[in-house]
Design a protein around this ligand. Structure first.
Ligand code: 13P
Length: 263
């Protein structure tokens, strides 16, 4: 399904890196670098996902300097308020003008035992508070061997979308676990194949309009050197970038992928 109207999204998941002072320096440098390069923000959306403790500082900077980056959080609670020590409510994130929240990242699934039920509850929590959930799905290398590339991500997405309204604004990120931080990215063909199947799930569970407008990102060892290949694929609408989103020059080259793709 080749839809050319979806705005590409290049999202930087900083994970547990950069304190709030480092975040300020990073965002300013990235903004200047993109400005110097003449980057046109109306053609590619940029979003950063700092740690919780940086969010207020980054929000203030984006606002004061009119920096057109989207702001996202890396997780949220399934609950809205109450006796949940250490948890962060979606209500707090929307108060900070966060637009996005990553849900179901493989590091949360693995290290915090978040299953499909928790992921689905977090998607509901995000939508309740007007946040766009960036729903992460992906297979481990074991899954890949046993079931092929798409079976696990497809099942994870079906579970995450349970009870989601057809007009909901969501983003899907296909992140093969074996490709995260390994330096071994999927090939553009592999990413296209799974991203197309994930779009089919959106069509089946929500509807055809939702499938046409929902952005499906690829993530896992994305770099300036391989982004163009992914972005040429019709069902890959952007990237969720980890390690390379911490390097100003590298991340700005990824954002400026159109220079290499020629679109
Ligand atoms: P890397 O880009 O470091 O492989 O991380 C991908 C990722 O997990 C983004 O959420």
């Amino acid at each position: 399904m080749a839809m050319t109207t979806r705005m590409p999204l290049i999202a930087g998941n900083w994970k547990m890196n950069l304190d709030h002072l480092q975040a300020v320096a990073f965002v300013q440098k990235l903004h200047w670098t993109l400005k110097d390069a003449g980057h046109d923000h109306s053609t590619v959306e940029v979003a950063v996902f700092p740690p919780f403790t940086d969010l207020r500082t980054v929000q203030t900077l984006l606002d004061a300097d009119k920096i057109p980056f989207g702001l996202g959080a890396q997780d949220l609670s399934t609950h809205d308020s109450g006796a949940y020590t250490g948890e962060i409510s979606g209500a707090f994130l929307s108060k900070l003008d966060a637009r996005y929240v990553i849900i179901g990242h493989s590091e949360r699934r693995e290290y915090h035992a978040e299953g499909d039920d928790v992921v689905a509850a977090k998607v509901q929590a995000a939508l309740r508070h007007g946040l766009v959930p960036v729903i992460c799905v992906g297979e481990t290398s074991d899954d890949l061997e046993k079931f092929g590339a798409s079976a696990v991500p497809v099942a994870q997405l079906r579970a995450a979308l349970e009870g989601v309204a057809a007009d909901a604004d969501i983003v899907v990120a296909y992140e093969p676990v074996w490709a995260i931080g390994s330096g071994q990215a999927a090939t553009p063909d592999q990413a296209q194949d799974v991203c197309a199947k994930l779009r089919d799930v959106v069509a089946e569970v929500l509807d055809a309009d939702a499938a046409a407008r929902t952005r499906v990102l690829y993530g896992g060892s994305v770099k300036a050197a391989n982004i163009a290949g992914f972005m040429r694929e019709p069902d890959v609408d952007g990237a969720l970038v980890g390690g390379a989103s911490l390097l100003v020059d590298e991340f700005s080259s990824i954002i400026r992928f159109q220079k290499h793709v020629g679109v």
